[in-house]
Structures are given as C-alpha cells and as structure tokens.
Write a protein that binds this ligand. Structure first.
Ligand code: ADP
Ligand code: MG
Length: 295
C-alpha cells in the first residue's frame, strides 16, 4: 500500500510550521519563495496546509494543490500585465456590447474575430463608421480578447501615435519605437481620420503600416470611408500604398448607424421627461458626450 493510502499517513500540516510563529524555517521559506517568484505559494501554503491536514491529504497532493494555485494566479497576472502594457483607455468587452443597436455590424464575424485566429494569420481589421457607433468599444474588446489569448497588444489613437513618432524622431529614438511597434502582435490604431496629418506625420504612420505588413495584425478604426482617406494622408500615392498593405488580408467591420450615445441619451431623456411629467422642459444633447442640458 502506498503511503498516500494509509489511514494514519503523515499529513502535510503536521510537519508544516504554523504561520503565526516567526521561526527560522518560515523566514527562509518566505525568502526562497520570493526569490523563486512564487508569491501565491507563499501566501497560501499555511492555509492550504491546514486544509490538507483536515482533509487528510498527503504531501504530494498538498504540493500539487499549491503549484496549481500558483499557475492559475500566474496566468491571471500575465493577462493583467498584458492589459496594462496595452494602455487601453478603458477595459471593455463584448459582453457589454449590444449588437442589436448596430444592425450593420456582422456579429458572427466579430465573434469569430474575438477568437483571435486572425492574429495568427496576421490579418488586419478595419472598422468604419460614423461617430458613436461603438468602433472604439469593438477595438477595445478585440484587444482585451487578444490579451486574454496571450498576444501582446498596444492601443493608441492615430493622432497620439503620430505625435509619439515625431517626438521619438526628434529625440533620436525613432528606430527603437518603430521596432517596438513592429514587434507587438496586435496594434490598435483608433480614430484615423479625425485629425488631418502633416506630410511627415503621414509618412511616419505609413512606415508603421509598412513595417508591420505581414508581421503582425493591425486594427484601424475610422469615421472616414476609404475614398476620403487621401484627405487624411494628404498624398494620394501614399494613401494608395497604405491601403494596399492594410487591405491585403483584411476584415472590414461596417459600423454605420445611429450614435449609441445619442440613442441612449434620447432614451434616458424620454424617461426623465416621463418621470417628471414635465413637458415644458427643453433639452439639448451634446452629440459628442451625450450630455443633456435642460433649458
Ligand atoms: P465610436 O468609437 O464609434 O465613436 P464608441 O465605441 O466610443 O464609438 O462608443 C461610444 C459609447 O457608447 C461608448 O461608451 C461605448 O461603450 C458605447 N457603445 C457604443 N455602441 C455600443 C453598443 N452597441 N453596445 C453597448 N455600448 C455601446
Ligand atoms: Mg471612437
């Protein structure tokens, strides 16, 4: 009979120091676990030892339980780190996205993209549509899904990216930034088209797309249809070359529709009016923020 099956087998907790005393073994153990970077085992070993003692679990099962806890926690920490490194302005997921509100968007395609296989194929995604239709929300959700699946992600707006590139160039660290941008598995460039770019800005942005071409996936969101992209990049030749690279392997998300912000504001406004039963109030809705001002 193996030691594990004996009724009077030694249980882990009997040989474990109790966590409240500060004897040498605990101090050494804490030190070694820190050095080995096993924070969950350090936090849990005493509690799990007591559980093991109660349940009559042997040393091997006790160790297995601790190692499993560390692994689960480590995976969570890695995902959290990737999310921090992605620099999302907000963490949003598809769970809170209402597909009914935007019928032009292909829900099946979005759900398929959330599985992240396009990243392995280095495909790109372009989300096009007017303001407030959830393009940023979708970009953030796909970015989050990629973090959870283990891909490195970076989120930025086109304006901010161009600003960073110009700054890096002035400070003679453009190559390093370009290398970092090319290395990330998924780069999300939000709001292309909101601000027209200078010639240098357009060229620097074009280089980013060029360097990522067939190396990593890029998601671009824009309020402009392709025909108007020349107005952002200024130069027609550049726009053509850029579209060429970007649309080689691309999934287009068509997101034209009513602004979600405005629809939500109108709904809450209607509720507010019904609640107050005050038909005389006149409200203005800010198209950008959805904020309601009552006059
Ligand atoms: P866009 O980037 O297209 O201008 P956003 O993604 O910024 O639009 O959406 C504006 C706000 O409305 C955000 O807070 C977003 O989370 C929310 N929103 C937009 N569309 C939806 C939707 N279909 N379901 C849930 N929330 C949405
Ligand atoms: Mg947006």
């Amino acid at each position: 009979m193996s030691a594990a099956k004996k009724a009077d087998k030694p249980v882990a907790a009997e040989t474990m120091p109790s966590g409240t005393t500060s004897g040498t073994p605990q101090i050494l153990l804490a030190h070694h676990l820190k050095q080995l970077r096993l924070p969950t085992i350090l936090r849990e070993y005493d509690k799990v030892a007591r559980e093991a003692a109660r349940e009559g679990i042997d040393h091997t099962a006790y160790l297995l339980r601790l190692v499993e806890l560390e692994l689960i926690d480590r995976e969570r920490r890695v995902v959290e780190r990737r999310i921090r490194q992605a620099r999302f302005p907000a963490v949003k997921s598809l769970d809170t996205f209402d597909f009914v509100a935007i019928p032009s968007l292909n829900k099946m395609l979005v759900l398929e993209l959330a599985r992240c296989e396009y990243i392995l194929r280095r495909d790109n995604i372009i989300a096009l549509g007017n303001s407030g239709t959830g393009k940023t929300h979708i970009g953030l959700s796909l970015g989050l899904a990629a973090c959870q699946k283990g891909f490195s992600v970076a989120f930025t707006t086109a304006a901010s990216l161009v600003h960073q590139l110009m700054e890096a160039r002035d400070e003679r660290r453009l190559l390093k930034l370009q290398r970092d941008l090319a290395a990330v598995k998924l780069l999300i460039i939000d709001e292309l088209g909101y601000v027209p770019l200078s010639t240098t800005g357009a060229e620097l942005l074009f280089e980013v797309f060029s360097q990522r071409y067939e190396r990593g996936s890029t998601i671009v969101t824009s309020n402009l249809p392709f025909e108007e992209w020349t107005s952002v990049f200024g130069v027609e030749r550049l726009t053509g070359a850029l579209l060429d690279r970007l649309t080689h392997h691309v999934h287009i998300l068509s997101m034209n529709g009513e602004s979600y912000r405005l629809t939500q504001s109108a709904r809450s406004r209607k509720l507010a009016v019904t609640d107050a039963n005050d038909q005389s109030a006149v409200e203005d809705v800010d198209p950008d923020t959805g904020e309601i001002t009552v006059r």
